[in-house]
Design a protein around this ligand. Sequence first.
Ligand SMILES: C[S@@+](CC[C@H](N)C(=O)[O-])C[C@H]1O[C@@H](n2cnc3c(N)ncnc32)[C@H](O)[C@@H]1O
Length: 301
Amino acid sequence: MTSASSDRLRTQRPATATSGRPRRHAELAMSRSDFDAIRAFVHDAFGIALSPAKMPLLKMRLRSVVQSRGLANAQEYVAQVLSNPSADAVGELADAITTNHTFFWRESAHFELLVDRLLQEHKTKNKLVPRPLLRIWCAAASTGQEPYTLAAAVRIALGPDLRRWDTGVLATDISARALDAARVGIFTEAEAAPLPDLYRQTMFQDFEGGVRVRDELRKDVTFRRLNLLTPFRFKQSLDIVFCRNVMIYFDEPTKRDLTERIAAALRPGGFLVVGLSESLGSTPPGLRAIAPGVLQKLGGA
Ligand SMILES: C[S@@+](CC[C@H](N)C(=O)[O-])C[C@H]1O[C@@H](n2cnc3c(N)ncnc32)[C@H](O)[C@@H]1O
């Protein structure tokens, strides 16, 4: 996440600490068995695999959660919160442990391929359809940079013909805090800078020294909280799924299972886009690789 976004998110953190408890900036006390209990919970609940090397990071990220609950250490957190967690506690943990790092125009070759090829092919195929459908899912949307770019890409690719289409971008993430920032859609000039001019013009209006996503573009994107480990179902088959830079946090069986479930949600000929550095091992069944990080579901005409 960029510094402006992280500042925005930091301001939303609970800021209370109970008197008599460790000072706010003291390191969180966490034994190896507390760490193991938390990482087992995180793995089961979110699919995120934390290696032992991540213990200092976990201590840092959990410190304010533990303190805001008036607890003294990770042991109390495990015993009192994780032993019988409320939905709120699980959400709070997801916010604390997820890495929401993202930025505009990340791995831009995927957006270029989307506009120049995937959407052009889809347009051609639907030339004679009175109200064609285009369903895109951004499955790890973080603070919004990726789904808003997808919505802009659709507008750029379809041009004035957009009115004829029934389009929509569904943007999901497990972190409610990241999604709250995404919905607001305010970014600094520096954050918007990597985007080509056409995208900037399509996406933003000026806003208090920075930029804000235009109202019409914000309406193109629906944000929802979704844990990729849980079952998902869509009313219509999906044309394109961007699920980038999240599989790196998952172990092999979780990646495989998620890839299969996404493939099942795609229409034949639809596309799954993963991060350029994300290895899915061999090409998953029912898909074929068409470009780095881009897989197509077999069976399309
Ligand atoms: C590093 S960001 C990637 C954002 C964006 N896709 C990109 O490529 O720039 C990973 C995102 O995945 C989300 N995430 C992690 N585990 C998840 C899960 N089990 N279900 C849904 N989202 C998850 C995190 O909250 C985070 O926002």
